[in-house]
Design a protein around this ligand. Structure first.
Ligand code: G6P
Length: 619
C-alpha cells in the first residue's frame, strides 16, 4: 500500500518519477504527489487528489526541472485522501520533503513532543510527523540528514519505507526501511554518470538498470549523486551494500494491446503456468523436483503438521492445497487467515512447517504471522511471486511462482500459479514421505503438464462470456457454490466478482446452502455452481435441484459434453475434463472472465477498484 519512488542522477527526475508512479499505482491510487529540487534550488512539492493522471494534469504549468526528486502514490491510512494529506510532506523550514509507505504507530506521541518544541503539523497524517521529527533532530543535534534520519527513526514504532530529500543538499537522498519494501536501483545515465532509482518494488527501476540493492529492515542508506552509497543500521552498524541482478521483461509491465492488465493476465495464464512448472515438472519422466523440498528433505519428512498462512485470494489457493496435501501426504494441514493467526496466540510446534502464500510477498499480516511462527521455532516456507520481496527473505526456504508481474489488483494468474505451485509442493512432500507410489506420481504429473493446454482451450471456448455478462449487470447479489476442491473456487469466484464489479457475492460449500443462504433464493438471485463430472457430482446435482425448485437462476461450470447439469441450468460454461484435484485450475477461468466482463459492463475501473490495493503493507 502506497508506492514510493525516488531519483538522483544527472537526468531530469520528473519523467522518471512520473513513470515510476504509474508503475506503482497498483499499490494505492487515492492521491499522488511529487517533490523536486528545481534547477533554481527551490524545493517544489506538487500534489493532487485522485490518480497519478490527476497529478500529471496539476503540474502542467509548474516548474518540473531538477535532477533529484521523490514521489508517492497513496492508499490512505491516517487522514482522508485529499491534497493536504497527500505525500510528499514538507518539514517546518520547507527544506526537507519526505515520502512514506507504512504506518508510524506512535505518531501521536511524537506529534505532541514536536508541538512542545514548536514544530506543528498541518496534515492529519502519521507521515508528516516523521519529516518534522527528522528536522527537529537536525536542529538539536546539528547533524547531517543521514544522522538525523537515523536518530528520528530510533524514536519510531511502526513500519516504514521512506525517501527524504533536502533542498540545502541536493546531491543526496536518504532512504530507509522497516517492515515496508524498498529497492535501490544502481544505474548509469546515458552520459555514463552514476544514478540511483529507488522504488517500493523493482518496476520503476528495471527500465534503467538490472542492478539492485534490497534494503533490509532497520537499514538507512545515503545515496550520493557521485554514486556513493553508505548503509548503516538503526543501531549504527555499517553494512556492505549487496548488489543483485534482477530480470524483469519490460513488456510484462505493459498492457500489450489489452484494454486492462486483468484481461491480459487472465489470458497469460497458460504461458504463466508453463513458466511456473518449467524445471520443476519433468515432462519426460513425469516427475517433480522442487529444490526447496529436496534441500530440506528431513524437515518435510518429519513435519508434524503444515500450517498455511495467507490473505485474500492467496488464502483461497491455500485452501485448495489443504485438500490436496492432506489427501496425498497424510499430514494435517491447517489454513489460517494470517491476520487472525498472528493475534490469537496459536499453538505452533518446532516440528511444524509454516507456509506463507503471498503474491506480493509483502502482505503485512502474512509477514507478521510467519515471524510469530519463527519465534516458536517452526520451519518457514514461502510461496511468493515478487522476487526479493520481504516474505521470501524472511523464510527458511521457498518457491517462487515465476508467473511474471501481476499488475491488475484482482489476482488471476498468481492464483493459478499458487495452486499449481502448492500442488508441486504436495507432490514433492509425498515423495519424501513416501506416501505416493511412482505410478501415481507419474499419473498426476502426466495430467498436471496438460493443464496449460486445457487452460488455453477453456479461454478459447468461452467466447460468449462478454455477451452473457451484459445481461448480468442487473444483479445485486450472487451466490457461488462448489464442493470439495471447488469450494475454494466458489469463494474465489465470489471475491473476484465483488472486488471489481461491487456486486455483493458470497461463496459457500454447496451443501451448506441449506443452513441459511437458501433463504435468499428467488427468481432474481443468480447462483453459480462449479459442477464438474468429478468429486461429489451427484450431490452437487441434488444441490442444483434444490435451487431450481426455488426458482433461482442457475449458471454452471461443467465438464465439456455434460448434458445433465446443462439440462437443469439456465446457462453453462464448459471446461475440459481433468482430474478432480486439478479442476480448480480450469474452473476458475470462466469465473475470472465473468467478473472481468461484468465489471466492464458496469463501467468499473477494473485494474484499480475502489478502496483496494494490490499490496497490503498495513495490517
Ligand atoms: C490484496 C489484493 C488481493 C490479494 C491479497 C493478498 O487484498 O487485492 O488480490 O489476494 O491482498 O495479497 P498477497 O500479495 O499476500 O497474495
Amino acid at each position: 500500500m502506497c508506492g514510493i519512488v525516488g531519483y538522483i542522477g544527472d537526468r531530469k527526475a520528473y519523467p522518471i518519477l512520473m513513470k515510476g508512479l504509474y508503475r506503482l499505482e497498483y499499490r494505492g491510487y487515492d492521491s499522488a504527489g511529487i517533490a523536486l529540487v528545481n534547477d533554481n534550488g527551490n524545493l517544489s512539492v506538487y500534489k493532487a487528489k485522485g490518480k497519478v493522471s490527476a497529478l500529471e494534469a496539476t503540474v502542467q504549468d509548474k516548474d518540473i526541472s531538477g535532477t533529484v526528486g521523490i514521489a508517492h502514490t497513496r492508499w490512505a491510512t491516517h487522514g482522508e485522501p485529499n491534497v493536504v494529506n497527500a505525500h510528499p510532506h514538507y518539514s517546518k523550514s520547507r527544506n526537507l520533503a519526505l515520502v512514506h509507505n507504512g504506518i508510524i504507530e506512535n505518531f501521536k506521541i511524537l506529534r505532541s513532543q514536536l508541538e512542545k518544541n514548536d514544530f506543528h503539523c498541518i496534515s492529519e497524517t502519521d507521515t508528516e510527523v516523521l519529516v518534522q521529527f527528522i528536522e527537529y533532530m537536525q536542529d538539536i543535534h546539528k547533524c547531517s540528514l543521514f544522522k538525523a534520519v537515523q536518530l528520528a527513526l530510533k524514536n519510531v514504532t511502526g513500519a516504514y519505507a521512506i525517501a527524504v530529500i533536502d533542498k540545502q543538499n541536493p546531491d543526496q537522498m536518504v532512504v530507509a526501511r522497516k517492515g515496508s519494501p524498498l529497492v535501490i536501483g544502481v544505474g548509469k545515465s546515458e552520459n555514463g554518470n552514476p544514478e540511483f532509482i529507488v522504488g517500493s518494488d523493482a518496476t520503476p527501476i528495471v527500465e534503467f538498470t538490472q542492478e539492485v540493492i534490497y534494503l533490509n529492515d532497520e537499514e538507512i542508506a545515503y545515496l550520493d549523486r557521485s554514486g556513493k552509497i553508505d548503509i548503516i543500521t538503526l543501531s549504527n552498524v555499517k553494512q556492505t551494500p549487496q548488489v543483485q541482478q534482477i530480470s524483469i521483461d519490460i513488456n510484462e509491465l505493459e498492457k500489450g494491446g489489452y484494454p486492462h492488465f486483468m484481461l491480459k493476465e487472465i489470458y497469460e495464464q497458460p504461458d504463466a503456468i508453463l513458466n511456473c512448472i518449467r524445471g520443476r515438472l519433468d515432462t519426460e519422466n513425469k516427475d517433480v523436483f522442487l529444490s526447496g523440498v529436496i534441500d530440506n528433505k528431513n524437515v518435510f519428512k518429519n513435519a508434524r503438521r503444515i500450517i498455511i498462512c495467507a490473505c485474500g485470494t492467496s488464502w483461497h489457493s491455500a485452501l485448495i492445497a489443504k485438500y490436496f496435501i492432506e489427501e496425498l501426504c497424510k499430514i494435517p494441514v491447517e489454513v489460517e487467515y494470517a491476520s487472525e493467526f498472528r493475534y490469537r496466540n496459536p499453538v505452533v510446534f518446532p516440528e511444524d512447517v509454516v507456509i506463507a502464500v503471498s503474491q506480493s510477498g509483502e502482505t503485512a499480516d502474512t509477514l507478521a504471522a510467519i515471524q510469530l511462527a519463527k519465534s516458536k521455532g517452526a520451519f518457514l516456507y514461502g510461496i511468493c511471486n515478487v522476487i526479493g520481496s520481504s516474505i521470501p527473505r524472511a523464510t527458511d526456504s521457498g518457491t517462487y511462482l515465476h508467473v511474471g508481474p501481476e499488475i491488475g489488483v484482482a489476482s488471476t494468474k498468481a492464483f493459478t500459479g499458487q495452486v499449481i505451485t502448492l500442488m508441486m509442493l504436495g507432490l514433492s512432500i509425498a515423495k519424501v514421505k513416501k506416501t505416493i507410489t511412482d505410478e501415481k506420481l507419474h499419473f498426476l504429473v502426466g495430467e498436471l503438464i496438460n493443464i496449460p493446454d486445457k487452460m488455453r482451450w477453456t479461454l478459447e471456448h468461452n467466447k460468449s462470456i462478454p455477451e452473457f455478462a451484459q445481461m448480468f449487470t442487473y444483479a445485486r447479489n450472487c451466490i457461488f457454490l462448489g464442493r470439495g476442491y471447488n469450494y475454494p473456487v466458489a469463494l474465489e469466484g465470489a471475491l473476484k466478482l465483488k472486488e471489481i464489479s461491487y456486486i455483493h457475492a458470497e461463496g459457500y460449500p454447496a451443501a451448506e446452502m441449506k443452513h441459511g443462504p437458501i433463504a435468499l433464493i428467488d427468481e432474481e438471485m443468480p447462483v453459480f455452481f462449479i459442477a464438474p463430472k468429478h468429486g461429489m457430482y451427484d450431490k452437487v446435482i441434488s444441490n442444483i435441484q434444490e435451487i431450481k425448485s426455488r426458482n433461482g437462476r442457475i449458471v454452471s461450470i461443467v465438464t465439456e459434453g455434460d448434458t445433465v447439469v446443462g439440462n437443469i441450468s439456465d446457462r453453462i460454461f464448459s471446461i475440459p475434463d481433468t482430474l478432480d484435484c486439478f479442476v480448480p485450475l480450469l474452473s476458475v477461468l470462466p469465473l475470472q472472465l465473468l467478473s472481468y466482463y461484468v465489471a466492464c459492463a458496469k463501467g468499473r475501473n477494473v485494474d484499480q477498484p475502489r478502496n483496494l490495493a494490490k499490496s497490503v503493507t498495513v495490517e
